[in-house]
Write a protein that binds this ligand. Structure first.
Ligand SMILES: [Zn+2]
Length: 109
């Protein structure tokens, strides 16, 4: 990493993934003269270095990450609720079996 790359401006991300940033061009860098638009909100990310059809602007990436985190929380809560429901079902089945066994025992006596 050279000294300049530490100060690179991030314009957006590829496919909304923070692992693949789109950096602003460095001074003297050769670039294509084609626009990059955000694939989510259509805002212009850059006037050059395009075309890219899978770019996301920084706000959309942030929103996407938040939405993904929210989905994960919802999924985790749902899984926990299902686990509790399954446990309850097993307990109810065990209680019903116990009751049936007790009734059978009473009939024998
Ligand atoms: Zn956007």
């Amino acid at each position: 990493m050279n000294k300049l790359s530490m100060y690179k401006t991030i314009l957006g991300y590829m496919e909304g993934n923070i692992k693949w940033p789109i950096y602003a061009p460095m001074p003297g860098q050769l670039v294509t003269q084609a626009l990059i638009h955000c694939s989510q909100c259509r805002v212009m990310i850059s006037g050059n270095m395009g075309p890219r059809n899978d770019a996301w602007c920084v706000p959309c990436t942030d929103e996407g990450i938040k939405a993904t985190a929210k989905e994960k929380v919802v999924a985790r809560k749902k899984a926990a609720a299902e686990k509790i429901a399954a446990k309850k079902k097993i307990e109810l089945e065990a209680a019903a079996k116990k009751k049936a066994d007790a009734e059978a025992e009473n009939r024998r006596i």
